[in-house]
Design a protein around this ligand. Structure first.
Ligand SMILES: [Fe+2]
Ligand SMILES: [Fe+2]
Length: 189
């Protein structure tokens, strides 16, 4: 297993969450109102899994190692990916701040929720595509077997530092809860 395989596997779960978010976006576009709990779970997943668990590995471990040993050769690509992480955090913050107003039926908060949700989905799809198909392919060629093994070990240590080796499974359950939340709501509508 190579270090990028861990990240590609995590992208699979993020994609699953994005599919559910896309469904919520489409219903909002039709003037329907998915439940507040759905968006609260979505924010929780995005902050804990996508950002703290996944982006941390990329930014602080993989990008950090590349900058250090490849003398700035990948700085342009890394800066773009970090910018996208930062923008994603902003969109999620905006979504979180709009949830209460949305739940109260405020139309401006509903607009804020929808526009940030749409931006977040688009941005993250582009981001994951760029990583899977371009950046990680470069990383595979750039790192020696020893360097990649050291990075993989850092990834594993980071997962332990998270306090739970079952974190991936817990996050998968959270995505299933998001799916159930919106499916049950659709059946009631
Ligand atoms: Fe990333
Ligand atoms: Fe990623």
């Amino acid at each position: 297993m190579k270090s990028v395989d861990i990240l590609v596997g995590e992208h699979g779960l993020i994609h699953q969450a994005l599919d559910t978010l896309s469904l919520a976006k489409e219903t909002l576009e039709k003037g329907q109102r998915p439940p507040r709990a759905f968006f609260e779970k979505a924010v929780e997943f995005s902050k804990s899994f996508s950002d703290r668990f996944h982006h941390f590995k990329e930014e602080f471990l993989m990008f950090g190692l590349l900058s250090q040993i490849k003398e700035g050769r990948y700085d342009g690509e890394i800066a773009a990916l970090k910018y996208q992480h930062e923008r994603g955090r902003k969109f999620i913050d905006q979504i979180e701040q709009s949830i209460k107003g949305y739940a109260d039926g405020d139309l401006i908060a509903t607009t804020t929720l929808l526009e940030n949700l749409a931006s977040y989905i688009s941005l993250l799809k582009l981001h994951i595509h760029s990583e899977d198909h371009i950046f990680f392919q470069m990383v595979k060629k750039a790192l020696s077997a020893e360097e990649d093994h050291a990075l993989l070990t850092q990834f594993k240590n980071e997962e332990k530092r998270f306090g739970s080796e079952n974190f991936f499974e817990k996050s998968r359950e959270l995505v299933l809860e998001m799916e159930t939340s919106i499916e049950q709501w659709q059946q009631r509508e």
